[in-house]
Structures are given as C-alpha cells and as structure tokens.
Ligand binder design. Structure first.
Ligand code: ATP
Length: 567
C-alpha cells in the first residue's frame, strides 16, 4: 500500500488519468455485460421483463429512453459499442501505464545520478561503485516494473468492483457471501504474498552485493590473476550467485503456489455460492444464471487482484532499495554554494585549518599561504595529510574549523562550480575513461577543440607518443586506459588538467610513474607555467622540488617550511 501511495503522490495526474480511464472502461464493460444479460434473459422467454435482474431492467429503461426497442439487434449493437469503448479506454490506460513505467525508470536513474553527483566527497569514499552501477542498470527497470504491476492490479480491481456492483444489484445476499468468502480466501493466501515479498527483497539485496563485489574484483583482477588467486573470488561469486538462485526459486514457488491453491478453493466457493442461491435464497432461474456468471467472474477477479499484488510486492523491495539509495545520496549533498565570483591574483590561504575523519585528526591547525603565480610543493611521510590538505583547498572536504581564503574571500562565499572550473587537477591514481585520447583530454567539453588538446598534450610531454599512435588523438585508450603504459596515462592526465588553462594547477605525485626523460619534460613544463599559473604539487621527486618556489613539510597534520624560495 505504501508503494501505491508513493506512486499516486509522485505521479498524481498520470495516475488519476489512468484510474479514470480504467473506471470508465469498467463501467462500459458493465454496460456491455448488462446488455448481454438482458439478451440472455429475453431469450429465456421472460418477455415483459418482470423477472429480469435489476441491471437488465435498467438497460431496458435506458434503451426505451433513447427510443430504442430492447430487441436483439439494438442490444447486440449496444454490447458491441460498449466493448469497443472499453477496449479504447483500456488502450489509453495501458499506454499511460507504459509511458509511466518508462518515466519511473528514468526518474529513478536521473534521481540517483543527480543525487550521487551532487554528493560530498565523503559519500564516494563510503559508497561502493558496483552498488551504483547495479542500481542504474538493472534494478531501476525492476523497480519501475512495480509500477506496471500496481497499475495492472488497479485495472483488475476496478473491473472487479464494477462486477461487484452488478452482482449486488442482482443478489446482494449471494454477493456479500461471495465477497466475504473471497476476503477470507485472500487473507488465507497472505502467507504466500509475504514470502514472495521477502524473496524479492532478498533477490535485490543479493544482486546488489554480487555486482558490488564483482566490480571490485574486476578493478583489481590483475594482481588476483598474477598471484593465481582468482579462484578465491570465483568461490565467493559462485556462492553469492547460488544465493540469488535460491531467492529466485523461492519467488517462483510462492508465485506458482498462489494460483494452484486459489483455483480449487475458488471452485469450491463458487459451488457453495450457487448452492446458497438456488437452495436457500429461492432466486428465479434468470437470476440464478446471472448469479452464476457474475460470482464466478467476481471471485476470478479476487484471485487476479491478489496475484498482481503479489507480483508488485515482490518487485517492491528493489524499488525501496533504490529510493533509500537516492535519499542517502541526497542527505550527503554538498553544502549550499556561495555566489561570489572567485579570482586568483593574490593567494590561496589556509588559516588555522583543522580537519578530522571522525575522531581521527588529520590537519591540526594548518596555516599556509600559496602565492598566486608561484610553485608551492608539499612533502611529507605517507598518511601525513597532504592529499587531505589539497581536498580542503578544492572544497571537496570542509574543515571543522579555520578558513580557506581565495584572494582573501572565504571559500564558502564563492561560487563552488566556478572555483572548481578554475582548477586543473592531476590525481595520484590515474584512471582514464574508456574512450579516445581526445575525449580523455577534453572530457568531452564542446568548448575545447583538437588544437587545445594538442597544445595541452605538448605541454604535458605527451604529444610525441600520441602522434605515433595509429589513430592519433582518436585512438581508444582501452578500459581505464589499459592500452597505455602507466607513464603515458599520467601524461594524458596532466594534459587533461592543463587543457582548460586553469588558474590553479594541483598535482598529486604527478611524475611518480614517469621515467627520467618524461619527468624532465613535465618539470620543464611546470617551470614554464610558473608565473602564468599558480601551482600546488605533492611530490617527493627532486626534479620537481628543484623548480618549486616554496616547499612545505607536513608531519602528523602540522606544517613546517622545508626550504626558502628558490631564485
Ligand atoms: N576516507 C577516509 N576515512 C578515514 N580516514 C582517512 C580517509 N582518507 C584518508 N584517511 C586518513 O587520513 C590520513 C591522511 O591521509 P592523506 O591521504 O591525506 O595522506 P597523504 O599524506 O596524502 O598520504 P600519501 O602520501 O600516502 O598519499 C591518513 O592517516 C589516512 O589513513
């Protein structure tokens, strides 16, 4: 029910339209059925209609009002018209449902993408990539399927209600008895519905776990294969796959058992109802014929509604899992951005900045001035807090106290996106996109052309090897840049950071994978960039230390000047 309310609230107009079309279709179905009943009764010889069941009499009156005599021809025409109208309305309703199912899947995907992309850096550190890819690709379709099942259930329910009203007009006693028994039948089968729901939820959870684990394995498959340990991953993946299989089988059993139990019970109930109508309520033959027909269909609708409901709840777990993932990502949204336009002509300054991951302090009262146009380098032992300091400058992490000032203005007052677009960033681990060299350098930015890419590649000392590639700039780099060497990947990452001519170039160990010649090329580039750009690097390499203007040493979150500016 929670899911139905959620859909009704999220898509009110579409849901209302669909319901309206279904209701009208149900009413037309009832009209068609009443015409049929009238014919049946007329054929039974009850010419004046006195013994006709109520809806049949009303159809006669309705036809008389229109000046149509209740003969076979007009009755048949009315029935055909009603059925055609019903079919058209069902088509309209089903088309709406189909569009909405596609819309639900799109909304889930976009909702998750936007929530994820708008999250704080800490969110990415704790959320497995595989969980997100599973959600975007497979699970969102399954979750949207829950809307389809909900709509199918409503369609059957509306039609069932129309039949119930007709049946009540014919014999309220027999109908009430059927409704009561139908209700009992449904609650008796509740266990099977619950089992399908549990198995569906488990299937979603297990699939998310499997895809998450598989993504991690594939990302580190090289060391696994190199050390002959892929069988360890295989064992875990196979166990998780078997668990999914078990959950699927449970769902199948619950789904198949439901109709298998419903049908004999239904037959028994129909027989009981018939007996009641004939032996105890003393209904006329015409009414009994109608009662048999209506009650059998009515109980049929009961069971169908329950089957659709079961289908819906077995897909529901996936829907709520995605819904919670979106809420989780939204809760981790980046803080509101300021609106001031940043400039970097004087300095980036950190004033008494303190940052901790939970209880663990990482930056412990950092005071640092990074002058514009200079080359500032941070060195220090592993885990000292160098990358964390850089993340604070970018605004990926917010310090618990202290300030980051850009040309004297606190970072939170600045427009975050504009500030970050002024940054060129070379990360410690170079991961390229599975695309061409060109796209890897420009990131698909339409404002940047081939000339820009070539200039940046030349500056990064990468043009020589790119020019020799078979397709030059258009050469695909393979999955995560796997077709290139570590040093080549690193130079492409440097070109990517330079291509948009950033005001602040941040490099985290930019030459760690380069040979001496390539390192000299990058060093010369950085030396040339000095004065035009502000450079902030983390490095231990003497080549870069030689061209730095200021070198700071970080030890256990505190900063020490390691050298005076070089000339
Ligand atoms: N997401 C995180 N959650 C908790 N602790 C973290 C997290 N990221 C980093 N740390 C911790 O913060 C400290 C500083 O990490 P940081 O990456 O800034 O070090 P670093 O000086 O750049 O190290 P390296 O030279 O090895 O890259 C380390 O002790 C690390 O364990």
């Amino acid at each position: 029910m929670r899911l139905l309310l959620h859909f009704a609230r999220t898509y009110p107009a579409r849901s209302l339209l669909t319901l309206l079309a279904l209701l009208l279709a149900g009413l037309l179905d009832g009209l068609g059925l009443s015409s049929l009943l009238t014919m049946l009764v007329s054929m039974s010889g009850d010419a004046d209609g006195a013994g006709l069941p109520l809806p049949a009499r009303q159809v006669r009156q309705f036809l008389a009002g229109l000046g149509i005599s209740p003969q076979l021809g007009p009755l048949l025409a009315l029935m055909v018209l009603a059925m055609a109208g019903k079919a058209a309305l069902r088509l309209a309703a089903n088309a709406q449902v189909g569009y909405t199912v596609a819309r639900v899947a799109t909304d889930i995907r976009l909702g998750l993408l936007r929530a994820v992309l708008g999250s704080r850096w800490e969110y990415y550190l704790r959320t497995p990539i595989g969980r997100l890819s599973n959600a975007i690709s497979g699970e969102s379709n399954r979750a949207a399927g829950a809307y389809f099942d909900a709509a199918q259930m409503m369609a059957v329910l509306v039609q069932g209600l129309v039949y119930a009203v007709l049946a009540l007009l014919v014999s309220w006693q027999a109908t009430l008895a059927a409704l009561l028994l139908g209700g009992l039948l449904m609650s008796g089968m509740g266990g099977l519905v619950r089992r399908a729901r549990q198995a569906g939820t488990r299937q979603s959870q297990l699939t998310a776990r499997l895809v998450t684990y598989l993504t991690d394995v594939l990302q580190s498959v090289k060391p696994l294969k190199a050390m002959g340990r892929e069988d360890l991953a295989d064992g875990i993946l196979a166990r998780q796959t078997r668990q999914i299989d078990k959950a699927l089988r449970k769902q199948v059993i619950a789904k198949e058992t439901l109709p298998a139990v419903q049908e004999p019970l239904l037959a028994a109930l129909a027989a009981g109802g018939l007996y009641l109508a004939m032996a105890h309520l003393g209904l006329s033959l015409a009414s009994v014929m109608v009662v048999i027909f209506l009650l059998a269909r009515l109980l049929g609708y009961f069971t169908k509604v329950q089957r659709e409901y079961q289908r819906m709840v077995s897909a529901e777990g996936g829907f709520w899992m995605l819904h919670d993932a979106i809420v989780d990502a939204q809760a981790a949204a980046e803080p509101p951005t300021g609106s001031a336009v940043p400039s970097l002509t004087r300095s980036v300054e950190l004033r008494d900045v303190r940052f901790a991951y939970g209880e663990q302090p990482v930056l412990d009262g950092i005071n640092l001035v990074i002058p514009a146009g200079h080359f500032t380098t941070l060195i220090g032992p592993s885990g000292a807090g160098k990358t964390t300091l850089v993340d604070v400058v970018i605004g990926l992490l917010q310090p618990q106290s202290g300030q980051v000032l850009i040309d004297g203005r606190p970072l939170p007052e600045l427009d975050r996106q504009t500030w970050r677009r002024m940054i060129g960033y070379v990360p410690q681990d170079t991961l390229l996109l599975h695309d061409s060299v060109l796209v890897n350098v420009t990131l698909g930015d339409p404002a940047l052309g081939r000339d820009d890419a070539e200039r940046a590649l030349r500056q990064a000392g990468a043009w020589d090897f790119v020019a020799t590639l078979e397709q030059g700039l258009d050469t695909p780099v393979g999955e995560r840049g796997g077709k290139l060497s570590g040093g080549q990947r690193q130079r492409i990452a440097i070109a990517r950071a330079l291509v948009h001519q950033p005001a602040l170039l941040i490099l985290d160990e930019p030459t760690s994978a380069l040979d001496a010649a390539a390192e000299v090329a990058v060093r010369d580039t950085l030396r040339d960039l000095k004065g035009r750009y502000t450079l902030l690097a983390i490095t231990h390499r003497p080549a870069l230390l030689d061209v730095s203007d200021h070198v700071f040493h970080i030890v256990k979150g505190t900063l020490h000047r390691a050298s005076e500016p070089v000339s």
